[in-house]
Ligand binder design. Structure first.
Ligand SMILES: NC(=O)c1ccc[n+]([C@@H]2O[C@H](COP(=O)([O-])OP(=O)(O)OC[C@H]3O[C@@H](n4cnc5c(N)ncnc54)[C@H](OP(=O)(O)O)[C@@H]3O)[C@@H](O)[C@H]2O)c1
Length: 303
Protein backbone atom coordinates (compact mmCIF):
# COMPACT_ATOMS: atom_id res chain seq x y z
CA UNK A 1 0.00 0.00 0.00
CA UNK A 2 1.38 3.42 -0.93
CA UNK A 3 2.30 5.74 1.96
CA UNK A 4 1.17 8.74 -0.06
CA UNK A 5 -2.32 9.38 1.28
CA UNK A 6 -5.69 9.96 -0.27
CA UNK A 7 -7.37 12.96 1.34
CA UNK A 8 -11.10 12.80 2.10
CA UNK A 9 -12.70 16.15 2.90
CA UNK A 10 -15.96 15.97 4.82
CA UNK A 11 -14.74 12.64 6.17
CA UNK A 12 -17.09 12.75 9.15
CA UNK A 13 -20.23 13.31 7.09
CA UNK A 14 -22.81 10.76 5.96
CA UNK A 15 -20.99 10.02 2.71
CA UNK A 16 -17.44 10.94 3.78
CA UNK A 17 -17.36 8.35 6.57
CA UNK A 18 -18.20 5.62 4.05
CA UNK A 19 -15.62 6.95 1.60
CA UNK A 20 -12.94 6.96 4.31
CA UNK A 21 -13.89 3.40 5.21
CA UNK A 22 -13.86 2.14 1.61
CA UNK A 23 -10.55 3.84 0.83
CA UNK A 24 -8.87 2.62 4.03
CA UNK A 25 -9.07 -0.92 2.63
CA UNK A 26 -6.83 -0.02 -0.30
CA UNK A 27 -4.96 3.18 0.57
CA UNK A 28 -3.46 5.32 3.30
CA UNK A 29 -6.17 7.84 4.11
CA UNK A 30 -6.25 11.19 5.85
CA UNK A 31 -9.58 12.84 6.62
CA UNK A 32 -10.62 16.44 7.14
CA UNK A 33 -13.74 18.04 8.60
CA UNK A 34 -14.78 21.39 9.99
CA UNK A 35 -15.30 20.53 13.64
CA UNK A 36 -12.17 19.86 15.67
CA UNK A 37 -11.95 16.72 17.74
CA UNK A 38 -14.28 14.62 15.62
CA UNK A 39 -13.22 11.05 14.96
CA UNK A 40 -14.15 8.06 12.86
CA UNK A 41 -13.76 5.66 15.78
CA UNK A 42 -15.59 2.43 15.06
CA UNK A 43 -16.01 3.33 11.38
CA UNK A 44 -12.53 3.53 9.89
CA UNK A 45 -8.95 3.73 11.14
CA UNK A 46 -8.47 7.22 9.73
CA UNK A 47 -7.22 10.38 11.44
CA UNK A 48 -9.31 13.49 10.87
CA UNK A 49 -7.83 16.98 10.90
CA UNK A 50 -9.84 20.14 11.44
CA UNK A 51 -10.16 22.70 8.67
CA UNK A 52 -12.73 25.37 7.90
CA UNK A 53 -13.03 25.43 4.13
CA UNK A 54 -15.08 28.63 4.37
CA UNK A 55 -11.81 30.44 5.07
CA UNK A 56 -9.95 31.60 2.01
CA UNK A 57 -6.66 29.73 1.65
CA UNK A 58 -7.69 26.86 3.95
CA UNK A 59 -8.16 24.37 1.09
CA UNK A 60 -4.76 25.24 -0.39
CA UNK A 61 -3.12 24.90 3.01
CA UNK A 62 -4.82 21.54 3.60
CA UNK A 63 -3.48 20.08 0.35
CA UNK A 64 0.00 21.46 1.02
CA UNK A 65 0.02 19.98 4.54
CA UNK A 66 -1.26 16.53 3.58
CA UNK A 67 0.41 16.18 0.14
CA UNK A 68 -2.13 13.64 -1.14
CA UNK A 69 -2.04 11.68 -4.39
CA UNK A 70 -5.80 12.12 -4.71
CA UNK A 71 -8.55 14.11 -3.00
CA UNK A 72 -12.13 12.92 -2.64
CA UNK A 73 -13.90 16.19 -1.92
CA UNK A 74 -17.06 15.35 0.02
CA UNK A 75 -17.16 18.43 2.28
CA UNK A 76 -20.02 20.78 1.58
CA UNK A 77 -22.73 22.88 3.08
CA UNK A 78 -25.00 20.05 2.00
CA UNK A 79 -28.20 21.18 3.70
CA UNK A 80 -30.25 22.99 1.05
CA UNK A 81 -32.12 25.04 3.65
CA UNK A 82 -28.85 26.27 5.18
CA UNK A 83 -27.68 27.31 1.71
CA UNK A 84 -30.89 29.35 1.11
CA UNK A 85 -30.43 31.06 4.48
CA UNK A 86 -26.75 31.91 3.88
CA UNK A 87 -25.96 31.97 0.15
CA UNK A 88 -22.60 33.66 0.76
CA UNK A 89 -21.48 30.77 2.98
CA UNK A 90 -22.76 28.28 0.40
CA UNK A 91 -20.65 29.96 -2.27
CA UNK A 92 -17.56 30.01 -0.06
CA UNK A 93 -17.78 26.37 1.10
CA UNK A 94 -19.32 24.74 -1.96
CA UNK A 95 -17.88 26.81 -4.79
CA UNK A 96 -14.80 28.81 -3.79
CA UNK A 97 -13.20 26.05 -1.68
CA UNK A 98 -13.71 23.53 -4.49
CA UNK A 99 -12.00 25.79 -7.02
CA UNK A 100 -9.15 26.32 -4.56
CA UNK A 101 -8.83 22.56 -4.08
CA UNK A 102 -8.73 22.07 -7.84
CA UNK A 103 -5.86 24.56 -8.20
CA UNK A 104 -4.00 23.00 -5.27
CA UNK A 105 -4.39 19.54 -6.82
CA UNK A 106 -3.07 20.75 -10.17
CA UNK A 107 -0.07 22.32 -8.38
CA UNK A 108 1.03 18.98 -6.89
CA UNK A 109 -0.29 16.63 -9.57
CA UNK A 110 -2.98 15.10 -7.35
CA UNK A 111 -6.23 13.70 -8.73
CA UNK A 112 -9.40 15.54 -7.69
CA UNK A 113 -12.66 13.64 -7.33
CA UNK A 114 -15.30 16.27 -6.61
CA UNK A 115 -18.62 15.08 -5.23
CA UNK A 116 -21.49 16.96 -6.81
CA UNK A 117 -25.23 16.42 -6.89
CA UNK A 118 -28.25 15.65 -9.06
CA UNK A 119 -29.62 19.00 -7.85
CA UNK A 120 -27.58 20.76 -10.54
CA UNK A 121 -30.70 19.79 -12.52
CA UNK A 122 -34.34 20.60 -11.86
CA UNK A 123 -35.32 23.60 -13.97
CA UNK A 124 -36.64 21.21 -16.63
CA UNK A 125 -37.90 17.62 -16.34
CA UNK A 126 -35.48 14.86 -17.30
CA UNK A 127 -35.77 12.96 -20.56
CA UNK A 128 -36.93 9.31 -20.35
CA UNK A 129 -34.11 7.37 -18.69
CA UNK A 130 -32.87 10.41 -16.75
CA UNK A 131 -30.36 13.20 -17.26
CA UNK A 132 -27.09 12.07 -18.80
CA UNK A 133 -23.78 13.89 -18.42
CA UNK A 134 -24.24 15.90 -21.61
CA UNK A 135 -27.58 17.38 -20.56
CA UNK A 136 -27.58 21.11 -19.77
CA UNK A 137 -27.73 21.86 -16.05
CA UNK A 138 -30.45 24.04 -14.52
CA UNK A 139 -30.42 24.28 -10.73
CA UNK A 140 -33.40 25.75 -8.90
CA UNK A 141 -31.82 26.24 -5.46
CA UNK A 142 -28.85 28.09 -3.99
CA UNK A 143 -27.34 24.71 -3.10
CA UNK A 144 -27.69 23.38 -6.65
CA UNK A 145 -26.31 26.58 -8.15
CA UNK A 146 -23.32 26.59 -5.78
CA UNK A 147 -22.45 23.03 -6.82
CA UNK A 148 -23.02 23.68 -10.55
CA UNK A 149 -20.71 26.72 -10.36
CA UNK A 150 -18.14 24.61 -8.50
CA UNK A 151 -18.26 21.93 -11.21
CA UNK A 152 -17.74 24.38 -14.05
CA UNK A 153 -14.99 26.39 -12.34
CA UNK A 154 -13.14 23.34 -10.99
CA UNK A 155 -13.09 21.67 -14.40
CA UNK A 156 -11.83 24.92 -15.97
CA UNK A 157 -8.91 24.89 -13.51
CA UNK A 158 -8.37 21.12 -13.59
CA UNK A 159 -9.73 19.49 -16.76
CA UNK A 160 -8.45 16.12 -15.51
CA UNK A 161 -10.69 16.23 -12.45
CA UNK A 162 -13.56 13.81 -11.93
CA UNK A 163 -16.92 15.43 -11.11
CA UNK A 164 -19.11 12.68 -9.66
CA UNK A 165 -22.77 13.69 -9.49
CA UNK A 166 -24.65 11.72 -6.85
CA UNK A 167 -28.39 11.26 -6.37
CA UNK A 168 -30.36 11.00 -3.14
CA UNK A 169 -28.28 8.78 -0.85
CA UNK A 170 -29.69 6.33 1.66
CA UNK A 171 -28.30 3.62 3.91
CA UNK A 172 -26.31 3.13 7.08
CA UNK A 173 -25.26 6.33 8.85
CA UNK A 174 -23.62 4.53 11.77
CA UNK A 175 -26.46 5.39 14.16
CA UNK A 176 -26.56 9.12 13.35
CA UNK A 177 -29.95 9.37 11.63
CA UNK A 178 -28.41 10.82 8.45
CA UNK A 179 -29.49 10.16 4.86
CA UNK A 180 -32.88 9.33 3.40
CA UNK A 181 -33.62 6.04 5.16
CA UNK A 182 -31.81 6.44 8.51
CA UNK A 183 -33.51 9.85 8.92
CA UNK A 184 -36.84 8.10 8.37
CA UNK A 185 -36.04 5.40 10.94
CA UNK A 186 -34.86 8.06 13.42
CA UNK A 187 -38.07 10.09 12.97
CA UNK A 188 -40.18 6.99 13.61
CA UNK A 189 -38.10 6.15 16.69
CA UNK A 190 -38.90 9.65 18.01
CA UNK A 191 -42.60 8.88 17.60
CA UNK A 192 -43.10 11.22 14.64
CA UNK A 193 -45.22 10.57 11.54
CA UNK A 194 -42.99 11.72 8.69
CA UNK A 195 -44.41 12.86 5.35
CA UNK A 196 -43.13 11.15 2.21
CA UNK A 197 -43.88 12.68 -1.19
CA UNK A 198 -45.21 10.24 -3.75
CA UNK A 199 -44.56 12.56 -6.70
CA UNK A 200 -40.93 13.57 -6.08
CA UNK A 201 -38.58 11.29 -8.00
CA UNK A 202 -34.90 10.49 -7.71
CA UNK A 203 -32.58 7.60 -8.67
CA UNK A 204 -31.45 6.75 -5.11
CA UNK A 205 -28.15 5.07 -4.38
CA UNK A 206 -26.89 3.21 -1.32
CA UNK A 207 -24.25 5.38 0.37
CA UNK A 208 -21.83 2.43 0.60
CA UNK A 209 -22.14 1.77 -3.15
CA UNK A 210 -21.48 5.47 -3.80
CA UNK A 211 -18.43 5.36 -1.53
CA UNK A 212 -16.95 2.28 -3.25
CA UNK A 213 -17.38 3.93 -6.65
CA UNK A 214 -15.71 7.12 -5.40
CA UNK A 215 -12.85 5.11 -3.87
CA UNK A 216 -12.36 3.39 -7.23
CA UNK A 217 -12.33 6.75 -9.02
CA UNK A 218 -9.67 8.01 -6.61
CA UNK A 219 -7.36 5.01 -6.87
CA UNK A 220 -7.82 3.25 -10.19
CA UNK A 221 -5.10 3.78 -12.79
CA UNK A 222 -7.12 5.42 -15.54
CA UNK A 223 -10.52 6.64 -14.33
CA UNK A 224 -13.12 8.31 -16.51
CA UNK A 225 -12.53 12.07 -16.29
CA UNK A 226 -14.96 14.96 -16.32
CA UNK A 227 -18.59 14.65 -15.29
CA UNK A 228 -19.82 11.21 -14.29
CA UNK A 229 -23.24 10.24 -12.94
CA UNK A 230 -23.19 7.68 -10.09
CA UNK A 231 -26.79 6.69 -9.50
CA UNK A 232 -29.13 3.80 -8.94
CA UNK A 233 -30.90 2.25 -11.94
CA UNK A 234 -34.44 2.85 -10.66
CA UNK A 235 -36.51 6.03 -10.63
CA UNK A 236 -38.32 6.00 -7.29
CA UNK A 237 -40.42 8.45 -5.32
CA UNK A 238 -39.60 9.31 -1.71
CA UNK A 239 -42.62 7.20 -0.79
CA UNK A 240 -41.37 4.21 -2.79
CA UNK A 241 -37.96 4.41 -1.11
CA UNK A 242 -39.51 4.78 2.35
CA UNK A 243 -41.72 1.72 1.85
CA UNK A 244 -38.71 -0.35 0.75
CA UNK A 245 -36.72 0.82 3.79
CA UNK A 246 -39.51 -0.06 6.22
CA UNK A 247 -40.04 -3.47 4.61
CA UNK A 248 -36.32 -4.13 5.00
CA UNK A 249 -36.78 -3.45 8.73
CA UNK A 250 -39.46 -6.13 8.85
CA UNK A 251 -42.60 -3.96 8.78
CA UNK A 252 -45.60 -5.43 6.98
CA UNK A 253 -46.96 -3.17 4.20
CA UNK A 254 -50.08 -2.08 6.16
CA UNK A 255 -48.02 -1.35 9.26
CA UNK A 256 -45.48 0.64 7.22
CA UNK A 257 -48.24 2.68 5.55
CA UNK A 258 -49.79 3.53 8.91
CA UNK A 259 -46.53 4.96 10.27
CA UNK A 260 -45.90 7.57 7.57
CA UNK A 261 -48.00 10.20 5.82
CA UNK A 262 -48.20 9.80 2.04
CA UNK A 263 -48.61 13.17 0.33
CA UNK A 264 -48.07 14.97 -2.95
CA UNK A 265 -45.58 17.83 -3.09
CA UNK A 266 -47.09 21.26 -2.50
CA UNK A 267 -44.76 22.54 -5.18
CA UNK A 268 -45.31 26.32 -5.16
CA UNK A 269 -44.41 26.83 -1.50
CA UNK A 270 -41.71 24.22 -1.08
CA UNK A 271 -38.78 25.78 0.71
CA UNK A 272 -36.00 25.32 -0.17
CA UNK A 273 -37.01 24.80 -3.81
CA UNK A 274 -36.90 21.09 -4.71
CA UNK A 275 -37.11 19.70 -8.21
CA UNK A 276 -39.89 17.19 -8.85
CA UNK A 277 -37.60 14.86 -10.78
CA UNK A 278 -33.80 14.80 -10.90
CA UNK A 279 -33.35 11.24 -12.16
CA UNK A 280 -29.84 10.54 -13.39
CA UNK A 281 -28.74 8.24 -16.19
CA UNK A 282 -25.60 6.44 -14.96
CA UNK A 283 -24.92 4.42 -18.12
CA UNK A 284 -21.40 5.86 -18.49
CA UNK A 285 -20.39 4.91 -14.94
CA UNK A 286 -21.86 1.41 -15.27
CA UNK A 287 -19.79 0.85 -18.40
CA UNK A 288 -16.53 2.10 -16.90
CA UNK A 289 -16.48 1.16 -13.18
CA UNK A 290 -16.12 -2.18 -11.41
CA UNK A 291 -18.11 -0.89 -8.41
CA UNK A 292 -21.77 -1.87 -8.46
CA UNK A 293 -24.46 0.82 -8.45
CA UNK A 294 -27.33 -1.31 -7.18
CA UNK A 295 -31.04 -0.66 -7.10
CA UNK A 296 -32.70 -0.03 -3.72
CA UNK A 297 -34.92 -2.99 -4.62
CA UNK A 298 -31.78 -5.16 -4.44
CA UNK A 299 -30.23 -3.50 -1.37
CA UNK A 300 -33.38 -3.08 0.74
CA UNK A 301 -34.73 -6.60 0.60
CA UNK A 302 -37.72 -7.42 2.83
CA UNK A 303 -36.53 -8.78 6.17
N1 LIG B 1 -26.59 13.07 1.21
C1 LIG B 1 -27.07 13.04 -0.03
O1 LIG B 1 -28.17 12.49 -0.29
C2 LIG B 1 -26.26 13.66 -1.13
C3 LIG B 1 -26.79 13.60 -2.45
C4 LIG B 1 -26.05 14.14 -3.50
C5 LIG B 1 -24.82 14.73 -3.25
N2 LIG B 1 -24.34 14.81 -1.97
C6 LIG B 1 -23.04 15.45 -1.78
O2 LIG B 1 -22.24 14.55 -1.04
C7 LIG B 1 -21.34 15.26 -0.21
C8 LIG B 1 -21.48 14.78 1.22
O3 LIG B 1 -22.82 15.01 1.65
P1 LIG B 1 -23.30 14.46 3.07
O4 LIG B 1 -24.73 14.15 2.97
O5 LIG B 1 -22.34 13.42 3.56
O6 LIG B 1 -23.14 15.78 3.98
P2 LIG B 1 -22.95 15.89 5.54
O7 LIG B 1 -23.35 14.65 6.25
O8 LIG B 1 -23.60 17.19 5.93
O9 LIG B 1 -21.36 16.04 5.73
C9 LIG B 1 -20.72 17.20 5.32
C10 LIG B 1 -19.25 17.10 5.68
O10 LIG B 1 -18.62 18.31 5.23
C11 LIG B 1 -17.94 18.91 6.33
N3 LIG B 1 -18.00 20.37 6.22
C12 LIG B 1 -19.09 21.15 6.14
N4 LIG B 1 -18.73 22.45 6.12
C13 LIG B 1 -17.38 22.47 6.17
C14 LIG B 1 -16.42 23.51 6.20
N5 LIG B 1 -16.77 24.81 6.20
N6 LIG B 1 -15.11 23.18 6.26
C15 LIG B 1 -14.74 21.87 6.29
N7 LIG B 1 -15.60 20.84 6.28
C16 LIG B 1 -16.91 21.15 6.23
C17 LIG B 1 -18.70 18.46 7.56
O11 LIG B 1 -17.90 18.59 8.71
P3 LIG B 1 -18.58 19.14 10.05
O12 LIG B 1 -19.70 18.18 10.35
O13 LIG B 1 -17.47 19.13 11.03
O14 LIG B 1 -19.13 20.51 9.72
C18 LIG B 1 -19.00 17.00 7.19
O15 LIG B 1 -17.88 16.21 7.45
C19 LIG B 1 -21.67 16.74 -0.41
O16 LIG B 1 -20.77 17.29 -1.33
C20 LIG B 1 -23.07 16.73 -0.97
O17 LIG B 1 -23.28 17.85 -1.78
C21 LIG B 1 -25.03 14.28 -0.92
Amino acid sequence: MSDVPVLVTGATGFLGAHVARALAEVATVVGAARRPGVSLDGVADVDVCAVDLAERGAATQLVRATAPRAVVHCAALANAGACERDPALARRVNTAATVELAAACVAIGARLVFVSTDLVFGATPPPPGGFDEAHATGPVSVYGASKRDAEERALAVDPGAVVARLPLLYGDSFGRGLGATDALHAALARGETPTLFDDEFRTPLDVADAARALAELATTADPPRGVLHLAGPDRLSRWDLGMLALAARGLAPDDARSRVRRAPRAAPDLSPPRPADCSLDATRARASLRAALRSPREVLRPA
